[in-house]
Design a protein. Structure first.
Length: 322
């Protein structure tokens, strides 16, 4: 196989109030707001991106916040949980921080990694998992009020819920090159690329699960990393040949994307690592102004007028005390 799927690229979910979303992800969880733009398919809605200091692929959680959105229903054919990796021994810090922010958390363990499960203000299921091995390849964002020693390093895994996950397993393994690496009760784990935290997809099997409904507090889609446009073109053909035709390549400014719905119902995207988030603002400025793609600039005034106002999270200079 030429260039493998390298792991998770981003996870995109639906939220309600954009300010509540910023306050939670940039405030409580200490991620960097790396891009404030609009949903390219619906410019009356923000598209907010959070990640590490530069928005590295594999760290990026994104949201379409719509004030009036109805709450979704968690069920079969959906992304059940998005898990972030945190350093070993940081769970006491996080337990306390969540409690101070009135977020109830519960202790969990995922294939030997201890963690905390909780929901965001819209009910989106999240986990922080402490990796046994320090995640030293990944640098955290150190401009938030979370000390760098405790900060989120990026994604650990996503968990998909299916009443019958057989077709989904087949897509992951046979079409996308994932390897089945572990089974624990009704949960099976698959990894891609070089493996490890940031490349895991877990399939949770619950034969009684009712069909879910994607709306507020649900994951809209998950995106996997491909190295570049050539790798993406190869994967597009490969998926087509395997019976999973994708969309055409869409220019998302910060990456190029193709999409297909896996047979179990979850929308999958394959996104390129390049060009990244520092294409239309400098690394220092990331997330500070509303960025629009060139084809929407002529409409900026109208778009800005429709969007609710948003107060940026306070940014500390690296090294400043919390
Ligand atoms: Zn996406």
């Amino acid at each position: 196989m030429s260039s493998p799927i390298l792991g998770l690229h981003h996870v995109t979910a639906v939220a309600s109030d954009p300010q509540t979303n910023v306050d939670f992800y940039a405030g409580v969880l200490g991620l960097r707001l790396v891009k404030k733009t609009v949903n390219f398919d619906d410019p009356s809605t923000y598209h907010l991106y959070y990640g590490d200091g530069v928005g590295s692929p594999g760290t990026v959680m994104t949201f379409f916040p719509r004030q009036s959105v109805r709450r979704g229903a968690l069920g079969s054919g959906q992304t059940h949980t998005t898990a972030f990796a945190v350093p070993e021994h940081s769970l006491d810090f996080w337990r306390q921080r969540l409690e101070q922010s009135s977020v109830r958390s519960q202790d969990v363990e995922r294939f030997g990694a201890p963690g905390l499960a909780f929901v965001d203000p819209d009910g989106l299921q999240l986990e922080l998992l402490a990796r046994a091995r320090p995640d030293d390849r990944r640098e955290p964002w150190n401009g938030s009020s979370v000390p760098a020693e405790q900060a989120i390093r990026g994604f650990d895994s996503v968990t998909l819920l299916h009443a019958d996950g057989i077709a989904t397993e087949r897509v992951l393994v046979e079409a996308m090159g994932f390897r089945k690496v572990a089974v624990d009760g009704n949960r099976a784990r698959y990894e891609s690329g070089s493996g490890g935290s940031g490349t895991f997809v877990d399939l949770l099997h619950d034969p009684d699960a009712a069909r879910g409904r994607v709306a507020g507090g649900s994951v809209h889609h998950i995106a996997f990393r491909v190295a570049d446009d050539d790798a993406q073109a190869t994967w597009r053909k490969r998926l087509f040949d395997a019976g999973h035709p994708t969309t055409e390549v869409k220019d998302r400014m910060y990456f190029h994307a193709i999409y297909f719905r896996e047979p179990g119902g979850v929308l999958f995207e394959l996104a390129t690592d390049n060009p990244g988030f520092a294409t239309d603002e400098s690394v220092d400025e990331l997330g500070t102004g509303l960025r629009l793609p060139p084809w929407m600039e002529s409409d900026r005034q109208r778009i800005e007028h429709t969007l609710p106002s948003l107060v940026d999270p306070p940014v500390q200079k690296p090294g400043e005390a919390a």
